[in-house]
Design a binder for this molecule. Structure first.
Ligand code: ADP
Ligand code: ASP
Ligand code: MG
Length: 414
């Protein structure tokens, strides 16, 4: 007997017919003698619809974040009730749970809360009585009892946290593609579905924009050794197993995948004095406003003045720009420049550790397409660049072909 946590994303629960398919699948799992715990997202684009409603009132201010979470959590509540009803109709025992009813305890950072613990007593009791718990993804409860949400895409994190707490044999993330691809298959049709990928690489891909898995989900799975699989709710495929490096037998390819995001914006403070403490006097007010900074570049010009450039989430751009304008006046910088039309593109692969020259190869491929690189950052297994947004798709396709990602590395070595 195995215990599965099965998570179904928005497209997979978009209508009643799809809920019926899920119920049939769960019935098969139970018939085979296994246990199933379900975690579901809001139906279709419901969360987007709710966000749009919130935007019409007030979205940006910190003051309304508590209410935003109350609003967004309604999406998942609809799905758990309907799916539990569908399971009951099929003759299965099922019970829906909101985050606070399971007691998925989080911190109080509204709209991006982190899971602290998951209570399992009642879920274990359900399972021992062959009841299928149907849990709302994406939502939890803060210590003071208020509803929280885990950030967009956060249902994956709920699933992995529940799987870790229940010691599940596998956490299965059912989605609208066959697994984790070398890059977003909706952008590059030659993208290849991988049978396995390391936690480390998946973490870098997710945190660099591959929304197929929520970053925190990969972190929690890695930390708690949860066996994590991404698979299709529409096709019968084995999907992609996220695993440790030891379990990947073949020689690691140079590059495993390409991630990208349009969700960042760039700010530059021109003509800053080159002296100690300047970076902190620029970034301290930004972090005080709860704005996360991603890439940072500082370079000294011939006149010993400095240009200080960094990127923030696009949603934080206007606030960051106004803070920077005040900073600029205070420290006597020349001007503040902002650019929202940028994209960040990252190549990821553990094979980079043992091979020099990957960055040069990447820059060469981009140069051949006449794509200008505005910023660069690297980690041990990742190289990221910022480019003009309008060249993003061209760049992703060129890199995918240039690094030979469409070819199956397993097949080549035979
Ligand atoms: P769900 O609603 O099931 O959580 P998401 O939309 O959050 O689904 O994630 C699945 C989507 O992620 C796919 O439809 C695909 O467009 C996108 N995606 C981005 N990068 C990748 C990748 N490397 N592999 C697979 N899908 C990716
Ligand atoms: N419904 C939430 C969202 O759209 C959470 C999720 O689907 O993972 O972001
Ligand atoms: Mg998702």
């Amino acid at each position: 007997m195995a215990r599965f946590v099965m998570k179904f994303g928005g497209t997979s629960v978009a209508n009643i017919a799809l809920l019926e398919r899920i119920a049939d699948r769960v019935q098969q799992v139970q018939k085979a003698g296994h246990e199933a715990v379900l975690v579901v997202s809001a139906m279709g684009h419901e969360t987007d619809r709710l966000v749009t409603l919130a935007e019409a009132v007030d979205f940006q201010s910190l003051a309304t974040r508590r209410e935003l979470d109350v609003l967004l959590a309604t999406g998942e509540q609809v799905t758990i009730a309907l799916l539990a009803m569908m399971l009951l109709k099929k003759g299965l025992a099922a019970k829906s749970y909101q985050g606070h009813q399971v007691r998925i305890l989080t911190d109080d950072a509204h709209s991006r809360a982190r899971v602290l613990s998951v209570e399992t007593e009642e879920l274990e009791r359900d399972l021992s009585q062959h009841i299928v718990p149907v849990i709302a993804g994406f939502q939890g409860v803060a210590p003071n009892g208020w509803t929280t949400t885990l950030g967009r895409g956060g249902s994956d994190t709920t699933a992995v946290a529940v799987a870790a707490a229940l010691n599940a044999d596998e956490c299965q993330i059912f989605t609208d593609v066959d697994g984790v691809y070398t890059t977003d298959p909706r952008v590059v049709s030659e993208a290849r579905c991988m049978t396995r990928i390391t936690f480390e690489e998946m973490l870098e891909l997710a945190s660099s924009g591959s929304k197929v898995l929520h970053t925190r989900a990969v972190e929690i799975a890695n930390k708690n050794q949860v066996s994590l699989r991404v698979l299709s709710s529409f096709n019968e495929v084995a999907g992609t197993l996220i695993t440790t490096e030891d379990n990947i037998m073949m020689e690691a390819p140079l590059i495993s995948g390409i991630a990208f995001t349009r969700d960042e914006a760039k700010l530059t403070l021109r003509g800053v004095k080159d002296q100690p403490g300047i970076a902190s006097s620029i970034l301290a007010p930004i972090s005080e406003a709860n704005i996360e900074v991603d890439m940072i570049v500082q370079n000294i010009g011939a006149d010993f003045s400095t240009d200080f450039t960094f990127t923030v989430a696009r949603a934080d751009f206007e606030l960051a720009q106004s803070i920077l304008t005040a900073v600029s006046e205070r420290i006597g910088a020349q001007e503040v420049l902002g650019d929202e039309r940028i994209a960040k593109l990252s190549i990821v692969g553990v094979g980079m550790r043992s091979h020099a020259g990957v960055a040069a190869q990447m820059f060469d491929i981009l140069a051949n397409e006449s794509i200008n690189i505005q910023m660069i950052s690297t980690s041990e297994i990742k190289i990221s660049v910022v480019i003009d947004e309008k060249y993003l798709e061209l760049a992703v396709r060129a890199l995918h072909a240039g690094f030979g990602l469409e070819a199956d590395p397993g097949a080549e070595s035979v």
